[in-house]
Design a binder for this molecule. Structure first.
Ligand code: GRF
Length: 192
C-alpha cells in the first residue's frame, strides 16, 4: 500500500527562492510532499508569481484587514485544517507566529534562518554576521516557538570564508545552502 503524500503549507513574504527550491525538489522526486498552500502577507511578493506558475493555491492576506493578530491567525489556521496541512514551512515569512497558530500546530511549524543560531537571530542574520566579521557562516533550520529564532534546532550547515568575500558572495553561498538543506530536512521530518 502507498503511504499518503503529506500536505505542507509554505509561508513567505518575498522572493520565494526557498519556496521554489522546495517545489523543484518535489518535482525532481527528492521530496515526497504536496505544497497545498502558499500563505503570503505581501501582495507585491515575487513568490506569488512563482506559485501561479506552479498552479499552487495561494492565500494573499493583509493582516491589517483583520481586527487582531489572533483573528488573522484563526483564519489561516482554518484554511490549513481544511486542506489537511501537516507541516507549516516558513520560508522568508517576515512575521512572528503568534500563540494562536502555535497552539494549533504544536511542533509542526519550522523556519529557515540564514545564520548559525543562536548567533545572529532576527531579520538581518546575514548582514549582522558579516558586519560582526565572523569567518564561519551558515544556515539553521529550526522548530518555531514563541521567541524570535529560538526554537529547537533541527539541522545546520556552515561554510568557512577562506578568502575575503563580499556580502553579496556570502549571501549567494548561504542561499545555495538553504536551497539544499530545506528540502532535505523536510523529507526527513515527513518520512523518517
Ligand atoms: C532566506 O534567506 C531565509 O533564510 C530567510 O529569508 C530569506 C528568504 O528568501 N528567513 P527567499 O524568499 O526564500 O528567496
Amino acid at each position: 500500500m502507498h503511504k499518503p503524500i503529506p500536505n505542507i503549507a509554505i509561508f513567505a513574504s518575498g522572493s520565494g527562492s526557498n519556496f521554489q527550491a522546495i517545489a523543484d525538489a518535489i518535482q525532481n522526486k527528492k521530496l515526497d510532499a504536496t505544497i497545498a498552500l502558499l500563505v503570503c502577507d505581501n501582495p507585491q511578493a515575487f513568490v506569488i508569481e512563482r506559485a501561479k506558475n506552479l498552479q499552487i493555491e495561494t492565500l494573499v492576506l493583509n493582516p491589517k484587514n483583520f481586527s487582531s493578530k489572533a483573528e488573522y491567525e484563526m483564519f489561516i489556521g482554518g484554511k490549513l485544517r481544511d486542506l489537511n496541512v501537516q507541516l507549516v514551512v516558513l520560508a522568508g515569512y517576515m512575521r512572528i507566529i503568534g500563540p494562536t497558530l502555535l497552539a494549533q500546530f504544536p511542533n509542526k511549524i519550522i523556519n529557515i534562518h540564514p545564520a548559525l543560531l543562536p548567533s545572529f537571530p532576527g531579520a538581518h542574520g546575514i548582514k549582522d554576521a558579516f558586519e560582526y566579521g565572523v569567518k564561519v557562516f551558515g544556515v539553521t533550520v529550526h522548530f518555531v516557538d514563541s521567541g524570535v529564532d529560538t526554537g529547537m534546532i533541527i539541522d545546520q550547515e556552515s561554510f568557512k570564508m577562506e578568502t575575503p568575500m563580499t556580502i553579496e558572495e556570502v549571501e549567494e553561498q548561504i542561499h545555495k545552502i538553504e536551497h539544499q538543506i530545506y528540502p532535505k530536512v523536510l523529507q526527513n521530518l515527513l518520512h523518517l
